[in-house]
Every structure is written in C-alpha cells, then in structure tokens.
Design a protein around this ligand. Structure first.
Ligand code: B4P
Length: 201
C-alpha cells in the first residue's frame, strides 16, 4: 500500500491539492475536515458535538477522529493507498494512525508538509469565508485561534514523522499548479522507490 499524509496549517491548501492528488494517483482521500462537515450537515450527535469545537477554532477530541479514520480504513479493504488530509493533527492521533496501519501490515510512506506564512493563511481563509458558508472561516479571531492551535498541538506531528525520516517540506505559496507539480514529483519518486523495493524483496 502507498499511504501519504498531506500536512500543513489551516488554509495551506491541503483540501485543494488533495483533490488533484487523488485524481492523478488513484488514492483514497480521507479528510477528517470533510468527514466532520458531513456529520454536521447530517445533524448526527457526533456532528453536533464536533461543531461546537470547530466554531471556536478548536480541535475535535482525538477519540472522535481516530474512530472515524478507523472505520474508513475498514470500509476500503481494496485500496491501493490512502491520502490522509488534515489528519493526524495531534501526536496522539499520529501514534494511533501508526498503530492502525501497522495492524494492517502497512505504514505511512511520506508526510508532505505545505509551508505558508501566517498572513497568507489568514488572507486565504477570510476570502474563503466570503463564499464558503463555513462558520469557522467567517471570523478573523477564530481563524487566528486555529493557527495558534496548529502551532501548539499540530506542529509537533511534523517532528514525530521527521524522527522517522518521512517528512518532506514543500513551499505552499505560489500557483496551485506549481505546488501540485512539486507534490506530484515527490509522490512519483516515492512510488517508484517503493516499486523498486518490492521487486528486490
Ligand atoms: P480542514 O477541513 O482540515 O481544513 P482547513 O485546515 O481549514 O483547510 P485546508 O488546508 O484544507 O485548505 P484549503 O485547501 O481549503 O479543518 C477544519 C476544522 O475541522 C479544523 O479547524 C478542526 O476543528 C476540525 N478538524 C479537522 N480534522 C481534525 C482532526 N484530525 N482532529 C481534530 N479536529 C479536526 O485552502 C484554503 C483556501 O485557500 C481556499 O479558499 C483555497 O481556494 C485557497 N488556496 C489554496 N491553495 C492556494 C494557493 N496556492 N494560492 C492561493 N490560494 C489558495
């Protein structure tokens, strides 16, 4: 299996790039943000609880998102690989993901981290808020809170995977196509390396 994480602060373009990556490489897209927004739209008890956290710019509790990911992995036994978008967001989530994948005799190949300045992120999310209808994008204070939570709780996830020698940093500012090309080159190289390993095994 070929599993990658698209990592980065809120508004760094994870969702934008994920759509293009899954189309080109045939991976299953697992976005915890999209899954949570679907629960909210369906007005499930989990969605209603999650909305409270999301509207304040906070993370949804680990056990909720880990449970969601576990059941998604179960639903795709035939997958050639997964693209994790917006997950893991805490070191506890990363450790849980590593364990879930090890149980399935697979692992994360690479973590592609999009790097974007705070001012550019705020600008993008304020702009998205004008049209997206997302309640977590409409207020600059909430957007800055999400960035603070990212620095404190999510950035250590990069170090978790750097220690496993899996972290690749990619410039997330510039045109969507240029960023996609940089990500694609990295994924293609990694897929080829994995195929070569499979042949020699
Ligand atoms: P997410 O849905 O993951 O989304 P995001 O971080 O807001 O944005 P993303 O990085 O995907 O940016 P996008 O491509 O849309 O999270 C939302 C919330 O859900 C979190 O705050 C949290 O509360 C909760 N949550 C999700 N996962 C969780 C987890 N694992 N644990 C706990 N809680 C969790 O791009 C943003 C904007 O920039 C768009 O308008 C886009 O058009 C624009 N853009 C993209 N690329 C651009 C470029 N190159 N140049 C200019 N603009 C660009």
């Amino acid at each position: 299996m070929f599993n990658i994480i698209l990592f980065g602060p809120p508004g760094s373009g994870k969702g934008t790039q994920s759509d293009k990556i899954v189309e080109r490489f045939g991976l299953i897209h697992l976005s915890t943000g999209n899954l949570l927004r679907q629960e909210i739209a369906d007005k499930t008890p989990m969605g209603l609880a999650a909305k409270n956290f999301m509207d304040k710019g906070q993370l949804v509790p680990d056990e909720v998102v880990i449970g969601m990911i576990d059941s998604c992995l179960e639903h795709h036994p035939e997958a050639k690989g997964f693209l994790f978008d917006g997950f893991p967001r805490t070191v506890a989530q990363a450790e849980a993901l590593d364990k879930l994948l090890a149980y399935k005799k697979t692992a994360i190949c690479k973590v592609l981290a999009l790097e974007v300045s705070e001012e550019e992120l705020v600008k993008r999310l304020v702009k998205r808020g004008e049209t997206s209808g997302r309640s977590d994008d409409t207020n600059e204070e909430v957007i800055r809170k999400r960035y603070d939570v990212y620095k404190k709780e999510t950035e250590p996830v990069a170090e978790h995977y750097a220690q496993q020698d899996k972290l690749v940093r990619i410039k997330g500012e510039g045109s969507v196509d240029d960023i996609f090309n940089a990500l694609s080159n990295c994924i293609t190289k990694e897929m080829q390396a994995q195929e070569a390993d499979n042949i020699t095994e």
